[in-house]
Every structure is written in structure tokens, then in C-alpha cells.
Design a protein around this ligand. Structure first.
Ligand code: NAI
Ligand code: MG
Length: 506
């Protein structure tokens, strides 16, 4: 029997709506500060057409807790036939769903948002177990923001015509969505909420290493009595994703993940009548001017790179600090980094949890080694790491040049690279010297400088005197190799509608 890292184990009890009777036993994982239990099945099927079904492939694979390396549960490996069944279910559900009034669709979305709030603790614990990120973050960021996305888009569902005046917004149709492992629940909410608000139906594929909260979201859909087939979840690896984007009956594909896979998907949809949005990697510049409130800037830089173990596409991974305050700022950062608590993600005092997978840990180690080999200076505070699981010490490189690999490639881990600038012009030039363009940050006391710099930086989002702050109303997306299309806000909804002239009949 699969076991979690929990102490309590109460078998043979059915809890909530996750109906899947494979004869498996229930397991209970307990967060130290909580008295609530999270029921986890041994095995999960696929959620297709409103029902939990066994995969036609007959295959399952394990998802593990990265903080302990212990297996949490098994999930289904969907093959081409499973993907086809999911797409057919979404297609079948489309006519009735798109015909509902915006008002009625809003009602479902509000319901989903409220249930998510009610079950917030359960989702936070499950996300922390499956992903490795600290409970502080799942509790305060991931889950509340996921609910916010459903609330926000519920608000637009009956007002789409106000968004696109003079035009008639119509759903795109059946949408295939592929999401990564760094914000599993939040990315599901980002993608599903606007799609449903606009009257589309969905087949979504979570990342293979973090599928449990997307599956649990299906229980919320059941509880909200969302009509069957409106959202279908197929679990599996890249081959499942590849089968999904190649399915001939899709009308749109939305992807978040690596630039490499984004390019593959672009090729897969080329020449077909399929809309595409891509949210890919990043290498954000975080600029600190000498007149900034330096202690606050230190907090912003720490949040920018060590939040979610640095597994963040918009992470502020390139600190570019004005030369006059470089030494002082680096000393402050070193002192602050020594206070970051790395360890048990379920402990509410933990600041940094586990690296999500052994694969990602290898990638981080490789890039850090390249930084050392290329001559940058590595700082790592003393930090005791747990024996089992995947861990990496908060790290900072100084003496980094624009040509170093650590300055050009996305590390996607808790590794900051520091370089300097003298003038605002040079700061902008360095910030823009990247193949990406997802986000950036500016710390300065001067409002005019913020505007001057922000208007010259080619990035989808530019934070001023803050970093890694998210809101459903604010569009998120990139330039260049960071992808195209926006998620969130009015711009995000644009990707989920087709516009016809309002003068046309019908
Ligand atoms: P990935 O891009 O391979 O995985 C993202 C999603 O795409 C997963 O659901 C995966 O199953 C799916 N996928 C993989 N191959 C596919 C294909 N051929 N067709 C359709 N779907 C496919 O990312 P991976 O390998 O987990 O991470 C590699 C690197 O990518 C990371 O080190 C990081 O630098 C970057 N990354 C960026 C993310 C972002 O938010 N922009 C998220 C995850 C990774
Ligand atoms: Mg991959």
C-alpha cells in the first residue's frame, strides 16, 4: 500500500466526492498545525464527461512528495484514446454550455470559487504534499488566488459584451490546456476560469509530477454540479500533452511551461485552425537604484527569487544593482539569506520548501556549476538540509557578466545572479539583454524614474517597489521567448472569445 509521510492512517473511509472505487484504501495526511485531515486515494482515474474513469491505457504512475521522496498516490497515464474520449466529452458538452446565459455560467463559477474557499486548507495541504512548496505559500497565495480567479471571471461571465463593445463575443469552442508543476492549482484556475466564463469547454492536462490538486478540483466541480464534460482532466506525461495538442477537434490550445515545449506545440498547431497562447520561461531583471529604500528592496529581491524555491517563470533571477550601493546591498542580502528557513514544507514557519523533483534539482546543480566554472562568485549561507527529499540552499552569485550562462538561461531554482549598472540607460540595456521578456522589477524612490525605466523595458509586467505580486485583474504574459497572449484581466478573456461584428444577425 502506498503510504504518505503522515502519522495517522485511517483506512476504508469514504470522504467527500472523489468517487473512484478501485478498492484502494484512503490515507490521511495531517498538517502539523491543523486538526483537519486530507483524504488521499491510492489511485486516481481520469475525469471525463463528469465521471471518474479508468484509463484505456491501463497504466498508472506514481506522484511523490518531493520533501520525503515517498509515494503519495498513483494517477492514470492517459493515452491518445483517453485524450480523444476527453475531447469528445468536451465537444458534446459545448452546445448546452455555450447556450447558457452568462448569468448562469457565472453562478457555477461563483459556486466553484466559494467551495474552493471552504476547502482551502485541504487544498493547501495537498498542494504542499504534492509540490513541495511551503504551506505558508499554498495557504496565503496559491489557494486564495485560485479562488480569486474563479470569482473574478464569474464577474465577467455576464458582461462579456461590455468588454468588447460593438462586437459579439462568442466562445472559441473546445480548449486544450497544458499546465506546469510550479503552481499546479493556481495554473489550473488561471486557465479554466476564463475559458468557462466565455462559454468554452475544457480538456486540461496537469503536470505529471503534480497532478493531485487538479484532480481534487474535479471534486469541486462535482460539488458545484458543473454540467458533465464542461471540464475534463487527463493526467499523464508529455506524450499525453502531445496527443492533446494534436487532437483535430480542438479549437484552442493554451500552454504554460518550458520554452522548448512551447516551440514544439507551436509546430504541432501550425497550419491548423487552432488559436494558441503560450506562457513560457523568463529571466527577469530586478533593478535596484541607489536611492531605493534598500531594506525594503532586500525583502523584494528575496521574495523575487526565493518565493516558491525560485520555481517561478517571472522570478527576479537577475539582480542588477547600481554600482554605488552594490557592496552594501550584497552584504544586506547575505545577512537576510542566512535567515531563510529551509525545510519541512508542512511547517508553517518554513520559508523555502523542497525542490520539486530530482530532475529539476539536477538542472539547478548543473547551472550553478556552470556559474562557478565561468568564474562568478558563489555565496551560500550555512543551512542544514533534511536528509531525504530534494533540497537546494538559497544561493547568490556576484561578479556575474551578461555572457555567463547563469545570466542568460532560466535556472528555475533559488539562485540569484548579481551584476551592476552605473546609469539608468545602462540598467535598461542590461535588463533588455535577454531572449525572454516576462517580468521585471524596479526599486527607486523617484516616480519619474520608475516611469522612464518601465516604459523602456520589454517585459509583460514591470513591478515597481514590489515583486511577485499577482492579481486576477492584472494581465500576465510575455514578450519574445516568454511567449504570447495574456492571462488575467480583460486581455486574458480576449484569448477565449471569437469576435463577430455586432451588426450581424444571431
Ligand atoms: P515542460 O515544459 O516539459 O512541462 C510543462 C507541461 O508540458 C507538463 O504538463 C508536461 O507534461 C507538458 N509537456 C511536455 N512535453 C510536451 C509536449 N511535447 N507536448 C505537449 N505537452 C508537453 O517543463 P519541465 O520539463 O517540467 O521543466 C523544464 C524547464 O522548463 C524548467 O526547468 C523551467 O526552466 C521551465 N519551466 C517553466 C515554467 C513556466 O512557468 N514558464 C513551468 C515549468 C517549467
Ligand atoms: Mg519536460
Amino acid at each position: 500500500m502506498a503510504k504518505t509521510d503522515n502519522k495517522t492512517s485511517v483506512p476504508k473511509r469514504r470522504a467527500n466526492n472523489g468517487k473512484l472505487s478501485f478498492g484502494g484504501k484512503w490515507q490521511y495526511a495531517k498538517a502539523p498545525e491543523s486538526t483537519d485531515h486530507v483524504a488521499i486515494e491510492d489511485r486516481y482515474g481520469l475525469f471525463i464527461g463528469g465521471a471518474w474513469v479508468r484509463p484505456k491505457s491501463g497504466k498508472y504512475f506514481a506522484t511523490i512528495n518531493p520533501a520525503t521522496e515517498k509515494k503519495i498516490a498513483e494517477v492514470a497515464q492517459a493515452n491518445k484514446k483517453d485524450v480523444d474520449a476527453a475531447v469528445q466529452a468536451a465537444k458534446k458538452a459545448l452546445p448546452a454550455w455555450r447556450k447558457l446565459s452568462g448569468d448562469d455560467r457565472a453562478r457555477f463559477l461563483f459556486r466553484i470559487a466559494r467551495i474552493l474557499q471552504e476547502r482551502a486548507r485541504e487544498f493547501a495541504v495537498l498542494e504542499t504534499l504534492d509540490n513541495g512548496k511551503p504551506i505558508k505559500e499554498t495557504r496565503d497565495v496559491d489557494v486564495p488566488l485560485a479562488a480569486q480567479h474563479f470569482f473574478y471571471h464569474a464577474g465577467w461571465a455576464d458582461k462579456l459584451e461590455l468588454l468588447f463593445p460593438g462586437e459579439k463575443p462568442e466562445p472559441v469552442g473546445v480548449v486544450g490546456q497544458i499546465i506546469p508543476w510550479n503552481f499546479p492549482l493556481l495554473m489550473a484556475a488561471w486557465k479554466i476560469a476564463p475559458a468557462l466564463a466565455a462559454g468554452n469547454t475544457v480538456v486540461i492536462k496537469p503536470a505529471e509530477t503534480s497532478p493531485l490538486t487538479a484532480l481534487r478540483l474535479c471534486e469541486v466541480f462535482e460539488q458545484a454540479e458543473l454540467p458533465a464534460g464542461v471540464v475534463n482532466v487527463v493526467t499523464g506525461d508529455g506524450s499525453t500533452g502531445a496527443a492533446l495538442v494534436r487532437h483535430p477537434d480542438l479549437n484552442k490550445v493554451a500552454f504554460t511551461g518550458s520554452t522548448e515545449v512551447g516551440k514544439e506545440i507551436q509546430k504541432a498547431v501550425a497550419g491548423r485552425s487552432v488559436d494558441l497562447t503560450l506562457e513560457l520561461g523568463g529571466k527577469a531583471a530586478h533593478l535596484v537604484f541607489e536611492d531605493a529604500a534598500l531594506d525594503q528592496a532586500v525583502e523584494g529581491v528575496v521574495r523575487g527569487i526565493f518565493f516558491n524555491q525560485g520555481h517561478v517563470c517571472c522570478a527576479g533571477s537577475r539582480l542588477i544593482v547600481q554600482e554605488s550601493v552594490h557592496d552594501l546591498f550584497v552584504r544586506k542580502l547575505q545577512r537576510r539569506m542566512a535567515r531563510i528557513r529551509v525545510g519541512d514544507p508542512l511547517d508553517k514557519n518554513t520559508d523555502m520548501g523542497a525542490i520539486h523533483s530530482s530532475e529539476q534539482l539536477m538542472r539547478i546543480r548543473g547551472l550553478v556549476q556552470s556559474g562557478v566554472d565561468e568564474g562568478a562568485v558563489l555565496f551560500q549561507p550555512k543551512c542544514a538540509l533534511p536528509k531525504n527529499g530534494f533540497w537546494f540552499v538559497p544561493s547568490m552569485f556576484t561578479g556575474v557578466t551578461q555572457s555567463h550562462r547563469i545570466s542568460r538561461e532560466e535556472i528555475f531554482g533559488p539562485v540569484l545572479s548579481v551584476s551592476t549598472f552605473r546609469t539608468p540607460e545602462e540598467a535598461v540595456k542590461k535588463a533588455n539583454d535577454t531572449s525572454y521578456g516576462l517580468s521585471a522589477g524596479i526599486w527607486t524612490d523617484k516616480g519619474a524614474r520608475i516611469l522612464w525605466v518601465a516604459s523602456r523595458i520589454r517585459a509583460g509586467i514591470v513591478w515597481n517597489n514590489t515583486f511577485n505580486l499577482f492579481d486576477a485583474a492584472s494581465p500576465f504574459g510575455g514578450y519574445q521567448e516568454s511567449g504570447f497572449g495574456r492571462e488575467g484581466g480583460r486581455q486574458g478573456l480576449r484569448a477565449y472569445v471569437k469576435l463577430r461584428s455586432g451588426l450581424l444577425p444571431g
